[in-house]
Design a protein around this ligand. Sequence first.
Ligand code: ZN
Length: 462
Amino acid sequence: MHETPLLILAIFVIIALWQAIEWYSKNILFLRKNGIYELYRSIITPRIPYFNALSEDGKKKFIKRVFYFMKDKKFEGREGVIINDEMKILISASAVQLTFGFKNYLLYYFNKIIIYPEEYFFRNELYKGATTKGTVMLSWKNFIEGYADGSDKINLGLHELAHALELDIFFGNNYNVFFASYYDEFRTKAEDEIEKTESTDIANSFLRNYSYTNVHEFFAASVEAFFENPHEFQKAMPRLYLNLCVLMNQDPANSMRNDYTLTPDFTGRLEIPGEEIEKYLKENRTSLNKSWNWSFTAASIGIFIGSMTTSVLCYYTIINLPVLLSIISVVTIVSLFAQYNYYKRNVNDSFPVYLLYSIFGIGVNTMALILLINFLIVMPGEVIYNFKVIGKTIEYDNNNLRDYSVTITMYNEELDNEREVTFKGHSGTPKELNAIKISVSTRDGLFGFPVIKDEVPVYEEE
Ligand SMILES: [Zn+2]
């Protein structure tokens, strides 16, 4: 049965390949085959300059996100609006622009977008848009006007979606962790800014007056200016601009390359002393590091459940320690290499934490899973191994000296495996002390490791 592990590995590789092909055809080919890329592109290009400055890969990523955002939301028309593709695509594109720096971009807390033809009355007041629990409302006319002038710092779509993003972290439970952890930081700074700005300065502020209403409007209006006029913004209010870059994990002024990513030189353009920028970037990292994330959960499961499962199952499975340790090491090393860049940028940038996650979260948990599957799925047919007795110890129960337990250390040459077995009994001389070998009946588990069914002492050489 030595081919079994290889066979299983082959099956796993085939399943993984099949999954990859299926994912590719569902996600990539689907978009291409049905002309979705071209349709979306033709609608977004004339309206959203942000999109046009992206690289080819960036554009594909953008469109894919628009597609999934659209699929996730319900669009409803009011006052005669009949929802069409253009509306759905452009509003989704606005959301994707806002969250382009995030991994988790779907704004899960929101499921409905209501579109009015123009400004609408709500409780006797005229609105261009509003955001409430789970719903974003927009006047289509104002949405389009927001993008028509790309530098007036007014953009209704981005404004309302920025409110939605805020609400998403207050009420939702599935959001971008990094944004959520840095938002508090940003909020404190915004509050200070609002408080310290005199009314005369508000009139001359780079941000429009309305921003100073409260911290939420300050955020939403800053976001509009951030995307519509990043170059002026970074000149007028470099610190706030820097904060927003860190918060949104993108730099709209860096349109020339890397799809608005925060390249190390982005700070060079801002007239802020180097140490201060270092401080901001460090805050960025610490806030990333202090939030609990899935990798900590995985590591904890490995430390407690994974290692316990492994040690319990080792008692019922014949597996040599070097084999056990090499499987854990190989899986850990593969995981270390495969996830390093992703982990450092998006999860946590401390190497010891990463190592701990790789060893326990991936290595130990995978080992536990292999042993568990091997234990649960056994092949038919029994295999018996004879183990030579190489040591015996006897212990009596302190409360009742008639009860004993005999622990026998045994060894099998073929398997090169040494293990212990304990027999309990009461009264008389423990006959197990006379055993010359132990007959171990096993069944091969799915991964080829023998699973122990029974252990019987043999007293005489046949
Ligand atoms: Zn607002």
